[in-house]
Design a protein around this ligand. Sequence first.
Ligand code: BGC
Length: 830
Amino acid sequence: MTDTPNTPAPAVDLDALLDQLTLDEQVSLLAGADFWRTVPIPRLNIPPLKVSDGPAGVRGGGPLVGGMKTAAYPVGIALGSTWNPALVREVGASLAREALDKGAGVLLAPTINVFRSSLNGRNFENYAEDPILTGTLATAYVHGLQDNGVAATPKHYAGNESEYQRNSISSNIPARAMRELYLRPFEMVVKAARPWAIMTAYNKLDGTFCSEHPWLLQTVLRGEWGFDGLVMSDWGGTHSAGPSVRAGLDLEMPGPARARSGLLEEAQHDPATAAAVKERAREVLRLIERTGTFATPRDVRDEAEKDTEYPDTRALIRRAGAEGMVLLKNTGILPLPAGKTIAVVGPNAAKAQVMGGGSAQMNAHRQVSPLDGLREAQGAGSISTAVGCDNDKFLPVPQVPVQIEYRAQDGGDVIAREEKGQAEVMWFSYPEGVNPMEFHGTLTLTVQAPQDAEYEFSLASAGLSRLTVDGQEVVDNWTAWTQGETYFGFGSDEVRGRRTLSAGAHQLRVEYATKPAGEGVLFAGFNAVRVGFRAEPDADSVSQAAALAAQADYAVVCIGTNGDWETEGVDRWGLDLPGRQNELVEAVLAANPNTIVLLQTGGPVTMPWLGGVPAVLQAWFPGQEAGHAIADVLYGRAEPGGRLPQTFPMSLKDDPTHPLNPDVQYPGEGGRVEYLEGLYTGYRHVDQSGLAPLFPFGFGLSYTTFDVSNPRLSAATIGAGESVTASVQVKNTGSRAGSTVVQLYVHDRVSRLDRPAKELKAYAKVQLAPGQIETVTLPLGMRDLAYYDDAAHAWIAEAGDFDVLIGQSSADLPHTLRLSLSTDWKEPTS
Ligand code: BGC
């Protein structure tokens, strides 16, 4: 798949090389050189190794915003919705080529934490609420990358199921839930795909930081599962020198060393630490070797922006985007007929939502909006559009050039000048002479006021900031700066101001200053500022959109969220769509009954208008080709191939982490979050509580229909250690080609320990032409029948009867087969 095939590295004798390293040099390998590189040792021809985020593209070595352009793939939950490991493997292989173009030998991906609360800010980046679905897709992704010479880094190991106080909170997880839900995808991917690296989570686990947790890193990961790759910390997530090294953490990131700055001294005085240093240094060398970096140093030329060169990448992103879209409702209005007039309205109509926020964001080659996609598919003449309302969390960032002047301090001489492409700057590098720890920046930009009116302005920043408009102060985020939710929780909240402007150009000037050293920062010298600007929303905009919709044959209402709402460092706001979006749907629906809701979110939302609308398509954040993939599905050129990887609860009170003890269970209290719901998340919670979800796990409609029949087991009784297969016949009973996902769940009829009513154990996606029949065979082994017994420290499948439930969603399982296990089976753990 890669154009530079993975050249096998000449065998480097790692032990011999290691023996040549001084203790000093060994220590130097155990923390990054900078944000994305390891430390080279030219004396011994040890090159630096470059890593890059991940997971929905390869951002490259630049800043989180405004860096090199790159291909943006569907986000995790969109891939999770495909239930298609073969497709995810293709995505992994394609990303390997992207990584090579960015000079990276390691991709910081995939993100494989299992959904717990529907409010986790990073659910969009992960795959699913179910460990088996997550583990199988992660395995495919890792194979795709590593078969093409690029290391994968499954993350965040472990217990990072929410962003709330993630840098300090302790996830206190009952042992069974830990094993059966949260460790399971990591176990699967380590055993089946042998990733060359893994990233620890920021949080603590039962009081100990994951980055220095011997049980997690040595006992389980290396000891039990046989992991033989490199363990790196999340960025800024290393908290000690000797203890983290002795606990099994190989690499502190980013560099230069912060927590490990005293490691050399510690190692010089403590033989156990020195021995651990050598062991850890070996892992860094091994990763350099495995990625072929000794033979072909990757980070030797400029990063490449390849877009038009790779039509296959565009096609893959478009196909994968469509395959992840979940048709939640369709009374028959979809697919749309050609040649009709369509009003494409809503805040996400002209604004493409291709990705979530945080470290997973990148500067996409293209951002095709639903409006652009539908226009291209339909021809411009028959499409009208209106914004209807906004869904801004923060005011939009002006996409205009920004001039920056740097001074050592306020009032000093200008020491450097720079231009940036937009009014948000997250500094990852500085012009020569600028000290990231202490500088003063003046940013100037020009915005256009379309008419005489009142406008809103805002600032959010990691340092101190204030904004003047035409010389007059409008926002002060300086005198009373307080730490808030932006910039991974290390920036302020957004501070707003207003000013009436005449139509035309206006000068904005932002003064920015670093905060005094020692205050809570992500890493030393972390600086960022974001300027917001927009016209006051028009009070009539909803009715204007409805009036437009009334004149069209169809209305497509493009609503949802964006990467400010669904992001890293802060959890989701709730489950109700922000702003006036529900009102917009109701108004458009009242004006035109042929209203299709196009939803783009990173997780569940409530849908008070669901009963009235004829169709709802959940498109998630499907990557740079978003609008094309959406148009493909709406017009039926592609089918909506997605099935929900997450239960959509009816309301927040039905969320698994809400009913018991709201604070300590979610988001956490007193520095800890207690996973009181244990095993009962997602559909397991639905079953246990007897809830009716808004949409069940595994659900999604097709443009055709399927019949699943003839269920069989290859044996009705098996003994300990044996396996069995279940098969069904699937027939496409409609008149269009399409796919469905056959899902198999196991129910243990009698169990010594409490078990969920059913657990997903296997699935298969089948693509069938009209009338076509295929037999689907799904394997079942001992672990599929077992629970984790925390008292016995073992996986146990008890002799007795199991129901094998087969169907097309967690709520549509018409077939039950009886399987008997004749003798107990046990697999001990540590
Ligand atoms: C994220 C990681 C990411 C790293 C580097 C952290 O904030 O949690 O997932 O890989 O930054 O950008």
